[in-house]
Ligand binder design. Structure first.
Ligand code: NAI
Ligand code: NM2
Length: 574
């Protein structure tokens, strides 16, 4: 019924695509078309009657009208998977369109639920053979996917976005259980994830080259071509979202992907792989290999990998770049930060306080672009600090699956200890703990072994303190007074990092002047930590290079071919 396209690809892709196309283009019945399938009746079937085969279509439509209510039930079930109850038994690798156990690999590693400290599953780290199988499976799918038009790829990505929306509650719940962030935030992450797929679905159909006239009627043109099999390596703070930020532009450009999440958060990305398959990507287009550094190294060294996109720490980023250099592979590096947030005395105070909380305490402070160095103009230092402390003390910590929780548990015991170590050192170096910083033990007995701490505000800070220089990746804000704009900008830039920065002021000229002077890839004026997928995101200096999101990401997942066409004769110099 919905033959909207050429049928040169394998039947499963054709079937999936026509299903997608069919559901994406509802047909309005007209007097001369069949009310069921929308086909022109050719007079054989009177307009008021329904084409017999279309009765099946109508039944399907009625069924799909019923399906949303099934999803509501499913979502409610997902929501009932309370903290401390979930265990995962399914395989966590995904290859050639199915969950699989790795063909080889190292020992199994335990995966925790940060809210309770319980083991929710074990992850089998993939070895060289498994990595190779995943790359080979991606290569096969790449041959099909890269030949499809942008519009065809767009339909599949839109369908994947739709399925994510539909399963949002289930995915967000899993993300909360495995990462420890509040369900409130996890839902936002999943929204940003499907929006990212929608955005690149929108761009896929418009990817094009140029036509350039040359003398004598000759001409040249450029083709924007995919790179091949891309590797995505993710951090644990935004497991599902990072996978979408990488796979959406990669797939829109016609690439295949092998993704390795952090071994701390292996769960939700396999769901994404299943959704891509359900949406109609060729089997093997998006694969998941689980594991840590060793698995990552097999991926980076693989000769058939065309590109590596990495999100993680600066030290690992350096290693990735070294490995990529050996194979002349392009890399995108989204690394850490120690971003400045500059609050001028002419700001709207309440907005600035809200901004400072947004800049520091999302996802328990485990956010790369956090504005953890809060420079406050001395004139408002006291009032600002007092208000920030008051609001920080009110943040509701606890069971991340509860609706009113705003801060859950940190990723694991080792990381919690590390953050605690930074606070201890800050005190030794002369900083004053204005609030929080201590461990938090919830009343609920099942949460006793979770990794909670109270969000912390540090006063009396100076630029040379470790807490001001190093990325803590926890809920710790350092407040630093300043007197002049020049001083604030200079101190803001005095860091090896350059991921983000922010300014709060009512003076628009000052706002633009200051962000223009900040050496950072992502700047905010009068807000912080928003993530519109339309805007490019990425760092300067040690925070990495390449961009995710926005049109800019297309550059990093495609390459340009130039074709020079001679319309005359060849004039040889020989
Ligand atoms: N700029 C950005 O967008 C973001 C940056 N980050 C940064 O990530 C860090 C926290 O995340 P982590 O997972 O602890 O970072 P990490 O660098 O330890 O690990 C990141 C990923 O790299 C893998 N990996 C580790 N060693 C490897 C190696 N030798 N070869 C290949 N892969 C390897 C890990 O298994 C994981 O999947 C923070 O520094 C944070 O700032 C986190 C999120 C976003
Ligand atoms: C979504 N946002 C802006 C809060 C953080 C994104 C970067 C990261 O993965 O840490």
């Amino acid at each position: 019924h919905t033959v909207l396209r050429n049928t040169s690809e394998p039947p499963e892709v054709a079937r999936a695509l026509s299903r997608v196309a069919g559901s994406a283009t509802p047909r309005r019945p007209s007097r001369r078309t069949c009310r069921g399938c929308g086909l022109f009746s050719r007079g054989v079937f009177p307009a008021h009657r329904i084409h017999p085969t279309a009765q099946l279509m109508l039944a399907r439509t009625r069924l799909s009208a019923f399906i949303p209510s099934l999803f509501v039930i499913r979502s409610r079930l997902a929501m009932s998977s309370a903290t401390g109850t979930v265990t995962i038994h399914q395989p966590l690798n995904y290859r050639a369109g199915a969950r699989v156990h790795p063909a080889d690999g190292g020992p199994a590693e335990e995966v925790y639920e940060p809210a309770t400290g319980r083991v929710i599953c074990k992850v089998l780290c993939s070895g060289e053979k498994e990595v190779d199988l995943a790359v080979q499976s991606a290569k096969v799918a790449f041959k099909i996917w890269s030949q499809m038009s942008g519009m065809e790829r767009s339909r599949v990505l839109l369908e994947a976005a739709r399925i994510i929306r539909e399963q949002k509650e289930e995915i967000a719940t899993m993300e909360t259980i495995n990462n420890g962030k509040s369900i409130f935030e996890a839902r936002v992450d999943i929204d940003i994830s499907w929006q990212c797929l929608e955005y690149y679905a929108g761009l896929a159909g418009s990817l094009a080259g140029e036509h350039i006239q040359l003398p004598g009627g000759s001409f040249g043109y450029t083709r924007r071509e995919p790179l091949g099999v891309c590797v995505g390596i993710g951090a644990w703070n935004y497991p599902f979202q990072i996978a979408c930020w990488k796979s959406a532009p990669a797939l829109a450009c016609g690439n295949a992907m092998v993704f390795k999440p952090s071994p701390f958060t292996p769960v939700s990305v396999v769901k994404l792989a299943e959704i891509f398959t359900e949406a109609g990507v060729p089997k093997g287009l998006f694969n998941v290999v689980q594991g840590g550094a060793a698995t990552g190294q097999f991926l980076c060294h693989h000769p058939d990998v065309a590109k590596i996109s990495f999100t993680g720490s600066v030290p690992t980023g350096m290693k990735i770049m070294e490995m990529a250099a050996k194979g002349i592979k392009p890399v995108t590096l989204e690394l850490g930060g120690k971003s400045p947030l500059i609050i001028f005395s002419d700001c709207a105070l309440e907005n600035a306080v809200n901004g400072a909380l947004m800049a520091n305490f999302l996802t328990q402070g485990e956010v790369c672009c956090n504005g953890t160095r809060v420079f406050v103009e001395r004139k408002i230092l006291d009032v600002f600090t007092k208000e920030v402390v008051k609001r920080t003390q009110k943040i509701k910590i606890g069971d991340p699956l509860l609706e009113d929780t705003r801060m859950g548990a940190l990723i694991n015991r080792a990381h919690l200890d590390r953050v605690q170590g930074f606070i201890k050192q800050a005190k030794e170096q002369g900083a004053e703990v204005l609030c929080g910083g201590d461990l938090y033990v919830p009343d609920d007995p099942k949460l006793k072994n979770g990794y909670y701490m109270r969000p912390c505000v540090l006063g009396n800070c100076t630029d040379d303190m470790t807490c001001v220089k190093e990325e803590i990746f926890g809920p710790v804000m350092s407040i630093l007074p300043f007197d002049t704009e020049e001083e604030a900008v200079e101190r803001a830039n005095a860091t090896k990092f350059g991921l983000a920065g922010g300014v709060f002021t009512r003076d628009i000229q000052k706002a633009h002047r200051v962000v223009a002077a900040l050496k950072a890839g992502m700047c905010f004026i009068n807000n912080y930590n928003l993530s519109p997928v339309e805007l490019p995101f990425g760092g300067y200096k040690a925070s990495g290079f390449g961009r995710e999101n926005g049109r800019a990401a297309i550059e990093y997942y495609s390459q340009l071919k130039t074709v020079c066409v001679e319309m005359g004769d060849v004039e040889s110099v020989f």
